[in-house]
Design a protein. Structure first.
Length: 112
């Protein structure tokens, strides 16, 4: 086998990767994203999403299934459900919610 070409592999690291602003449908800042696949729009595919302490996400409806792993911190959904560090979560397409992070959170997300 031949080596993988540099334009076919991308590696980002949590410690020094560039987190980009994630914008909601109205263009408002709604957290930050470390995107691994440069061919996908920001916030799609596999990425890491960072919420600042006290941040509430914009209410939204998922067009597709969302899966995430809470790496650090805690997230509280609009219905009071708390996702804690280590929780692996699936939200079905059509789910409507918004979340709040009291102390900030870092989550690994897969969203098609």
């Amino acid at each position: 086998m031949k080596p993988i070409s540099p334009n076919r592999r991308r590696v980002v690291n949590l410690a020094d990767g560039e987190f980009l602003p994630f914008l909601d449908e109205d263009g408002q800042h709604d957290g930050d994203v470390l995107q691994v696949n440069p061919n996908k729009p920001t916030g799609y595919g596999f990425h890491v999403y960072r919420m600042a302490a006290g941040h509430s996400t914009t209410a939204h409806i998922h067009a597709g299934d969302e899966e995430f792993l809470v790496l650090e911190g805690e997230i509280v959904d609009h219905d009071g459900y708390r996702y804690r560090e280590g929780d692996l979560v699936w939200l079905e397409a059509g789910t409507e919610h918004n979340s709040y992070s009291p102390e900030g959170a870092l989550i690994a997300v897969y969203y098609r």
